[in-house]
Each structure stands twice: as structure tokens, then as C-alpha cells.
Design a protein around this ligand. Structure first.
Ligand code: 6PG
Length: 247
């Protein structure tokens, strides 16, 4: 039995970016109206960049509560923010520098620091940003994830220690095949979110997406299978080239 995930298939990567940008704006308005803030965790990699660029075109849209948005990340590479591999830099260059944000509301992961220190500082920052969360786990209003070809999400890679982390919000996670530590949020944070949106595009993701959407134990575990928002929405926005072929 395939879990009835909420999967929206868009005709192209451009249509995916458009749909994701409109979804972002709608959630931002609702969240600020209900809670006075919109706290989002951006994902890394290449897929979200088109969405960032599309969202940047709405800079003049005053209905988007830009100044009430808190910008966080789901993971970061162990590089400075100026490095082209930086997830912060990708979002800054494509989106944040183009829209009227509050600089104090940007909570980047300090990839330039030693990974364990960066993880500790980011966890402390998240707890500060979400100080009113009674149960202590930050509850993002929107948390983006991409899907790696091996089924990883954030920097929760197959076989890595962080898959088993149940108390820390953020850890430095050694990725053997990359021979590097990555700083990543853990499942408790992902699964506390009010909404998790996975952005998946490209024909190269078709096979892993097909396996990702099967959660009845008939396919080997993938890190994405650990994504189960306990009381939040799970939405997949995928483009047609990545979508499993309907029979
Ligand atoms: C990262 C991301 C990672 C990414 C997936 C998909 O730091 O690379 O957080 O989890 O979302 O690898 O990446 P693409 O969108 O580039 O395929």
C-alpha cells in the first residue's frame, strides 16, 4: 500500500517553481495573520533555486509579509557563506538580496566554523527564535526538503549517524562518501513542522521518487521515509519528468 501522500505534479520545472512560490506566499500570509510571524527552513541543492528566483520577482508584492519572515536552513555545507557550495549563498544570491527582508531575521548556519560548533550555535539560535515553543522542539511554519538520488533529505544521508539522533535539533553529520561533515537538522525538527514541502524535479529523480513514495516496507529504507510530520502537512511538489509513470 502506497501511503496516500499529497503529491502535486507540475508540467515543468518552471511550473514547479511557480507553484512553490505561490504556495510560499499563501503560507506566509496565513502564518503571519495567525501567529505574527512566518518561520521557514530553506533547503539546499539546485532544485529550490528556481523557486527562489521566481519568489524574488514578487519583491514588490506588499501582500507578502516580508519583514515578518524568519529565514532558516535545513542544512549547510562546511564552507563559508561566500562559497559557491553554500546553501545560504544560493538563497541569498537568488532571493534574499532581492526582497525587503529584516537582516536580523536571517538565521544562517555558520558553515565557516568547525561543524560541531556550528551545529551547537545553530541549535541555540533555533531555540531562541522559537523560544515560545513549549515542548522545546522548533515548529517551523514551513520546512522545505529536497530529495537526493540516494533518498537523503537535508543532510540525513543513508548510513549516517544523524538518522538516529532523537534529542539534538542540529548535529554535525559525517558523510562517508563525501568525506565531510555536514550540519543538519534532525528528524525531530522535520517532523514537528506545521508543513513539510518536498521539491523534486528532473528525470534523474524518477526512480528515487517512486521508491520514496512507497512506505509499506517493500522497498529498502531511505532517509526520506523518516519524514512523517506528527501533526503537520506533507506536500510533494514534483515536476512531470520526475513523477512516477501512472499506469
Ligand atoms: C543539500 C541539500 C540536499 C538537497 C538534495 C537534492 O545541501 O544539498 O540540502 O538535501 O536538497 O541533495 O538536491 P538537488 O535539488 O540539487 O537535486
Amino acid at each position: 500500500m502506497v501511503e496516500r501522500a499529497n503529491v502535486r505534479v507540475l508540467e515543468s520545472v518552471e511550473a514547479l517553481a511557480e507553484a512553490a512560490a505561490l504556495d510560499f506566499a499563501s503560507r506566509a500570509r496565513a502564518s503571519v495573520q495567525e501567529r505574527g510571524a512566518f518561520r521557514v527552513a530553506l533547503s539546499g541543492g539546485s532544485t529550490p533555486v528556481r523557486m527562489f528566483e521566481r519568489l524574488a520577482k514578487s519583491a514588490a508584492d506588499a501582500s507578502i509579509p516580508w519583514s515578518s519572515i524568519h529565514w532558516c536552513w535545513g542544512d549547510e555545507r562546511p564552507v563559508p557563506p561566500t562559497d559557491e557550495a553554500s546553501n545560504f549563498r544560493a538563497a541569498h544570491d537568488a532571493l534574499l538580496r532581492h526582497v525587503p527582508i529584516e537582516a536580523a531575521n536571517v538565521h544562517r548556519i555558520e558553515g565557516e566554523l568547525a561543524p560541531a560548533l556550528a551545529a551547537e550555535r545553530y541549535e541555540r539560535e533555533l531555540r531562541r527564535v522559537f523560544a515560545e515553543e513549549r515542548e522545546g522542539v522548533p515548529r517551523f511554519d514551513l520546512l522545505y526538503l529536497g530529495l537526493g538520488p540516494d533518498g537523503h533529505v537535508a543532510s540525513l544521508f543513508p548510513g549516517s549517524e544523524a538518522l538516529h539522533e532523537g534529542s539534538h535539533l542540529v548535529v554535525a553529520n559525517w558523510i562517508e562518501h563525501l568525506a565531510m561533515n555536514r550540519i543538519t537538522i534532525t528528524y525531530p525538527v522535520i517532523n514537528a513542522a506545521r508543513a513539510v514541502v518536498l521539491l523534486v524535479g528532473g528525470a534523474d529523480k524518477r526512480d528515487v521518487l517512486r521508491r520514496a513514495l512507497v512506505s509499506d516496507g517493500t522497498v529498502p529504507f531511505l532517509p526520506v521515509h523518516g519524514v512523517h510530520p506528527s501533526s503537520g502537512e506533507l506536500l510533494w511538489l514534483v515536476d512531470r519528468s520526475a513523477a512516477p509513470q501512472t499506469s
